[in-house]
Design a protein around this ligand. Structure first.
Ligand code: MN3
Length: 211
């Protein structure tokens, strides 16, 4: 994971993308990637740092520790940490979970576990797509490990499985900013195209680490 903090300033930082803005064309266009990463994700990082300013007790905490126990965050900044910390965490996962030339199907132990849990990759894809397309308004679709079981869900806003202490294996951003420039209101087309750039090796890594 690229969720690094600057060792001097203790502030969260925008991670570099593991590929160029144009690398995921045609599924995800270069302009969308540039704005999404350099403006939207950057803004979550800045607002998260601003919320944590002056919170000495929280300065040493990782993003996982902050999001995994939101109840411990002072109420005055809890929503800001939930939204912007969630935004930082979710987007960092999302960038890593895409790759220009990925395998077209799940690999390794995750591939086998998906077949076990959902019957087939096609069935999994159908249920995950329904979660992504059916999420009303802004949010995310997820494959996560919940109590040791692979589970498909969706969350509103920048909420994340980690907030329930579940482990994310795969995540898809369905905020309009993720697709509107190319797909306008056609979210199902964006979701269908996204499957072609999923980094299944990385998803398998997350699964192995989560087990
Ligand atoms: Mn986004």
């Amino acid at each position: 994971m690229l969720l690094t903090k600057n060792s001097q300033t203790k502030k969260f930082e925008l991670p570099a993308l593991p590929y160029d803005y144009a690398a995921l064309e045609p599924a995800i266009d270069s302009r969308t990637m540039a704005i999404h990463h350099s403006k939207h994700h950057q803004a979550y990082v800045e607002k998260l740092n601003a919320a944590l300013e002056g919170q000495a007790d929280l300065a040493g905490k990782t993003i996982e520790e902050l999001l995994g126990n939101l109840a411990a965050i002072p109420e005055s900044i809890r929503t800001a940490v939930q939204n912007n910390g969630g935004g930082h965490y979710n987007h960092t996962l999302f960038w890593e979970l895409m790759i220009p030339q990925g395998s077209k199907e799940p690999v390794g132990e995750l591939g086998a576990a998906i077949k076990d849990a959902f019957g087939s990759f096609d069935e999994f894809k159908k249920i995950f797509t329904q979660a992504a397309v059916g999420r009303f308004g802004s949010g995310w679709a997820w494959l996560a490990l919940h109590a040791g079981k692979l589970t498909i869900s969706s969350t509103p806003n920048q909420d994340s499985p980690i907030m329930q202490n579940d482990k994310s294996i795969l995540g898809l951003d369905v905020w309009e900013h993720a697709y509107y420039l190319k797909y306008q209101s056609r979210r199902p087309e964006y979701v269908a195209a996204w499957w072609s750039v999923v980094n299944w090796d990385k998803a398998n890594d997350f699964y192995l680490a989560a087990k």
